[in-house]
Design a protein around this ligand. Structure first.
Ligand SMILES: Cc1cc2nc3c(=O)[nH]c(=O)nc-3n(C[C@H](O)[C@H](O)[C@H](O)COP(=O)(O)OP(=O)(O)OC[C@H]3O[C@@H](n4cnc5c(N)ncnc54)[C@H](O)[C@@H]3O)c2cc1C
Ligand code: SF4
Ligand code: SF4
Ligand code: SF4
Length: 393
């Protein structure tokens, strides 16, 4: 390969090529066909140094040495509910922050998702929970990671497997103070489609949406595909809860049809990863509806972190637990550009919202029963807990 643009559909949009370019002549811009960001080069400035190609994680193979799998659930439940899964990331990140380390993770900022650096446990909540939108890592963040690592600070970076591969590729030799955690990832959709969804819902409800939570835990919903958002309407703040298929973007994400092209033939989602630890949902448990984390130590460094953070972890069988988790190995089946493009037409999304409204009453009764059963089964909740099952009205 002679040019970074030849990476084309394998490109994950990590932005590392832009960071390493000594002439600052690579920019990541949104591609009109699918609204994901891809690199563009100002060839007048390029000196053909080849650094961009050398850094691109798609052109490197990663090998790991271990695959020890564990099951974990954070306690107390009030802390667990701050996370999307079993809270393993929360526990590990807290350990780093309380021991003078820094943590990088995906955070919301005004309904946009991007990676941030935190150095204090009071800000930990910002990087908790799954945001099902491709998180942007800008060059400033890469620069911060580099400075932290060079200063000898313990750095915990968390992201998708391809993002961890990019951060690993920043360095010729993996620094001993850089720790990488990736998530089990079956694909990612884009900020543009989410923004379009928000616009459509705002105009439908005549409101301003203030925040969004993809995996709202209230009610210990094991499937955990309940969204929640707060909105302002006529100077009053209200909350809306719903199942994932009542929010157009979330429905598209769950369908697996609107991911980035690279997600359909992902080279990072395999047993060989760049990370020290992989985190995901632990499926296959029956008695307890609260989430559990699947933790996989990929390296000895990963095992060491786990030993430092946790007093005890339940060792589980790697083969059978990963087999249950489709996001660990398998690629999503098919991509539909039409699925993404329809977000360009707000009226199409609004028709979809209109159709939800018609189904509302039927769904309300069905879910009410399901939810009440959940609350009844898990009476650990505080008195006064009420399960709101408001659909989009
Ligand atoms: C896009 C996406 C797809 C996923 N698909 C699966 C799956 O198919 N199967 C499965 O078992 N688990 C999947 N997960 C992982 C799972 O949802 C939990 O994020 C993971 O188990 C960690 O949970 P936790 O409770 O330990 O941490 P939490 O407190 O929930 O922390 C979330 C962690 O995820 C990172 N994160 C959140 N959003 C993003 C993002 N947009 N980009 C990069 N990093 C992000 C944060 O930096 C943080 O480290 C997915 C997560 C994401 C973000
Ligand atoms: S070859 Fe060198 S100068 Fe040209 S785009 Fe790549 S990194 Fe930049
Ligand atoms: S994968 Fe990352 S480094 Fe490679 S071309 Fe795409 S943005 Fe650049
Ligand atoms: S599926 Fe692969 S390419 Fe897509 S976001 Fe996840 S790790 Fe990156």
């Amino acid at each position: 390969m002679s040019n970074i643009l030849e990476v084309v559909n394998k490109c994950t949009g990590c932005g590392l090529c832009s960071f390493v370019c000594p002439k600052h002549c690579i920019q990541l811009n949104e591609r009109a066909s699918d609204h994901f960001k891809y690199p563009e080069i100002n060839s007048d400035e390029c000196i053909n140094c080849g650094l961009c190609l050398k850094s691109c994680p798609t052109l490197k193979e990663f090998k790991i040495g271990k695959s020890d799998a564990y099951c974990y659930q954070m306690q107390p439940i009030s802390d667990l509910l701050k996370s999307s899964s079993g809270g393993a990331f929360q526990a590990i990140a807290k350990y780093f922050l309380l021991n003078n380390g820094v943590v990088y993770g995906a955070a919301w900022d005004n309904l946009k998702v991007h990676h941030i650096r935190i150095d204090n446990v009071v800000n930990l909540d910002k990087v908790l929970k799954s945001k099902y939108i491709q998180s942007e890592i800008n060059t400033r963040v890469y620069e911060e990671i580099k400075v932290d690592v060079e200063n000898g600070t313990n750095v915990l970076f968390s992201g998708t497997p391809c993002q961890c591969a990019a951060v690993a590729n920043m360095f010729v030799k993996r620094p001993s103070n850089l720790f990488l955690i990736d998530i089990i990832c079956r694909g990612i959709s884009n900020q543009w489609a989410f923004d379009q969804s928000i616009k459509a819902v705002e105009s439908f409800l005549d409101c301003k949406i203030k925040d969004f939570d993809f995996r709202h835990n209230q009610g210990a919903n094991k499937n955990n595909k309940l969204f929640k958002f707060e909105f302002e309407k006529r100077s009053k703040t209200k909350v809306c809860y719903g199942e994932y298929d009542y929010f157009p973007y979330y429905k598209m994400f769950q369908s697996g049809k609107g991911y980035r092209e690279s997600c359909y033939n992902c080279q990072f989602r395999s047993k060989n990863r760049a990370s020290d630890i992989t985190l995901g949902d632990f499926w296959g448990f029956k008695k307890d509806s609260f989430h559990k984390s699947l933790i996989i130590a990929n390296t000895s460094k990963g095992s060491e972190i786990l030993q430092n953070v946790f007093n005890h972890l339940d060792l589980v069988d790697y083969d059978s637990t990963t087999k249950l988790n489709k996001g660990y190995y398998g690629n999503p089946s098919s991509r539909s550009l039409a699925e993404i493009k329809r977000f360009g037409e707000i009226s199409i999304i609004q028709n979809e919202l209109e159709s939800y409204k018609k189904q509302k009453e039927k769904i309300k009764v069905k879910n009410l029963f399901k939810r009440l059963l959940n609350v009844f089964k898990h009476n650990k909740y505080e008195i006064g807990f009420t399960y709101k099952i408001k659909k989009i009205k």
